[in-house]
Ligand binder design. Structure first.
Ligand code: KG4
Ligand code: ZN
Length: 349
């Protein structure tokens, strides 16, 4: 099966082609065009600007993909339909459903979060630069997924392909959002996550004892808005003029976020007894989070097999959409192109 996949949910335009016989997963095309530079002056993503850039980028990328304009040799088109920014999602959705209609090919609607989950099935690619066949490792189910991105912080129990149960989620800001806002307060620029993580490398994580929101709550929900406010109050009272002060605040903030994410995930592991643990989403690029989660799992639940998304696939990309789309296509879960709508709030089902 050959799938063409498109991702335009936020500020990356991405196109991928996946070829698979069910055993080998070959990605002859993987293109990602980031708009970070366009949005950086605004300190965040401007939805209408993102949509315009997707239009500018998507057609040249489709030409570059080498997929014939007739759709020849493509068996299905997969596209992210949500969650995300409506103007941005719409570009991918409209282009994908037009192609599916004109080519007479089936259309697979992919939930962006499901895409992130499938990115954790790709084995670490650090030693295979330039290769287009990606080794996949399928987890044993049930698998607990910690999804941490700019828009989402969720614990999801994956019982099988396409079968999800929500275990916990953020009640306010997502973890990535908190990283981005703290970076803004400290004048570190956008996107904030990598900048805070970089500054934290030379900071002391015990320098400031920031709160660990919801750590003691008896559910699996998260909340990061109070932590963000705690950083703001600390800054008002103490300032952060010296580079070391900035580094200490970043390290202490990061420690608080990682502490809550790891503790709650381990508690959910205890409760739901999954056979695998998946970590994915933009924030899963955070080294401290990866190290602490791997350590805690080894210590407290060594029987659970970790599947961490390779660094190259933690951010938004279309390979993950193609993979999630593939596993839906083999189950023939197609969507009528005339009925597909961008859905900014869609849930995993
Ligand atoms: O998954 P993603 O690329 O887009 C969404 O679907 O939201 O996630 C982007 C988020 C941003 O908030 C960014 O600051 C955060 O991931 N991020 C990080 C790191 N790299 C990216 N957060 C913490 N540490 C990082 N190293
Ligand atoms: Zn994402």
């Amino acid at each position: 099966m050959r799938i063409l996949a498109i991702e335009t949910s936020c500020d990356e335009t991405a196109v991928a082609v996946l070829e698979s016989d069910g055993r080998v997963f070959h990605f002859p095309i993987e293109l990602v065009s980031s708009q970070v530079k366009d949005h950086a002056p605004f300190g965040g993503v401007i939805p209408e600007l993102a949509a315009r850039r997707h239009i500018d980028n998507l057609f040249p990328m489709l030409e570059q993909s080498g997929v014939p304009r007739t759709g020849k040799k493509i068996d299905a088109v997969a596209v992210t339909f949500g969650p995300g920014l409506v103007p941005a999602l719409r570009i991918g959705v409209e282009v994908a459903r037009t192609m599916a209609l004109l080519w007479g090919k089936p259309l697979v609607a992919v939930n962006h979060l499901e895409g992130h989950i499938y990115s954790a099935f790709i084995e670490d690619d650090s030693n295979r630069a330039g290769q287009t066949t990606l080794p996949l490792r399928l987890p044993d189910f049930p698998a607990l997924c910690l999804l941490v991105s700019g828009g989402h912080t969720e614990l999801v129990l994956m019982k099988d392909h396409g079968a999800y149960e929500h275990v916990g989620m953020t009640r306010d800001d997502a973890a990535g959002e908190a990283f981005d806002k703290v970076a803004k307060m400290l004048g570190l620029g956008y996107p904030g996550g990598p900048r805070v993580a970089e500054a934290a490398r030379t900071g002391h994580a015990e320098a400031v004892r920031f709160p660990r929101p919801m750590l003691e709550s008896h559910d699996f929900d998260f909340s990061f808005s109070g932590l963000k406010t705690a950083v703001m109050i600390y800054l008002k009272e103490h300032g952060a003029a010296a580079p070391q002060a900035v580094a200490d605040i970043c390290a202490s903030f990061q420690e608080a976020v990682v502490d809550v994410l790891v503790s709650k995930t381990l508690r959910a592991v205890n409760e739901f007894k999954p056979r695998s643990l998946l970590l994915a989403g933009g924030v899963s690029a955070n080294t401290r989070l990866r190290t602490e989660l791997a350590y805690a799992l080894k210590r407290d639940a060594p029987q659970v097999v970790p599947f961490f998304a390779p660094l190259k696939y933690t951010g938004d990309n279309a390979a993950m959409v193609a993979l999630a789309g593939y596993f839906r296509a083999v189950r023939r879960q197609f969507t009528d192109p005339l009925l597909l709508q961008a859905d900014p709030q869609c849930r995993l089902v």
